[in-house]
Write a protein of this length. Structure first.
Length: 220
């Protein structure tokens, strides 16, 4: 399996208290980055210290939301080992999103190798308390510094990791679901099946109103 070069962080972060983990607030020491250039394809994959990205204010992702993302988890097993649940299916799903968003597909085996290598490097961040896990967020963003609606010629594939507790405060207990009747996120011929920013932005108004009425999530 492919191995990517690693630039290790000079200073490592303290691990969070597993008893107070929430979703998506803490991130590990390293992340994965790979570039796409039209005519060259995906190239220069590497693991680097987690940190800010330097992007032009005109980067297309900010203006036209050409981006996709995925989400999967690594779990600490009873024997202390770390396990992933069918990660190749997540790679295939991000490529399905890519097809709809005019993003060149990732080489599947290379993307899977990147996920596995990054998780191996950050094994110490996988919590062992029941109900916790290491959340894996692969995503692709368009970075061309250009205003004009067309598919990007330059993109970044990035993977970040976050030790997490339950997504909902109720954990695995039943949650209150609000039936939304006014706002629409998915339509025939649209991109409701795609994990992309626009879908989630379209859901914010309904989610906000549901929370004000004491509901946890919205039924579409």
């Amino acid at each position: 399996m492919k191995e990517y070069p690693v630039q290790r962080a000079a200073v490592l972060k303290p691990k969070p208290d597993p008893d107070t983990l929430v979703f998506g607030k803490t991130f590990t020491d390293h992340m994965f980055i790979m570039d796409y250039t039209a005519g060259q394809g995906w190239h220069d994959g590497r693991i680097v210290p987690y940190g800010p990205l330097a992007l032009e204010p005109s980067a297309m992702v900010f203006h036209y939301a050409q981006e996709v993302f995925e989400g999967l988890k690594a779990y600490r097993g009873p024997d202390g080992g770390v396990q992933l649940f069918r990660p190749m299916e997540n790679v295939r799903r991000i490529n399905s999103s890519c097809e709809r968003m005019c993003i060149p597909p990732l080489p599947e085996e290379d993307a899977l190798a990147a996920i596995e290598q990054l998780v191996r490097l950050e094994t110490g961040w996988v919590p062992s308390k029941p109900g916790t896990s290491l959340y894996i967020r692969p995503f692709i963003i368009s970075v061309d510094p250009h205003l004009g609606v067309h598919p990007a010629a330059h993109l970044l594939f990035i993977i970040i990791l976050s030790p997490v507790g339950a997504y909902y405060p109720e954990g695995l207990n039943p949650v209150k679901i609000y039936v939304e009747r006014n706002y629409v996120r998915a339509v025939r011929g649209g991109m409701g099946f795609v994990k992309t920013a626009g879908n989630y932005a379209a859901s914010l108004k309904a989610q906000d109103e549901a929370e004000k009425q004491g509901y946890t999530q919205v039924l579409w």
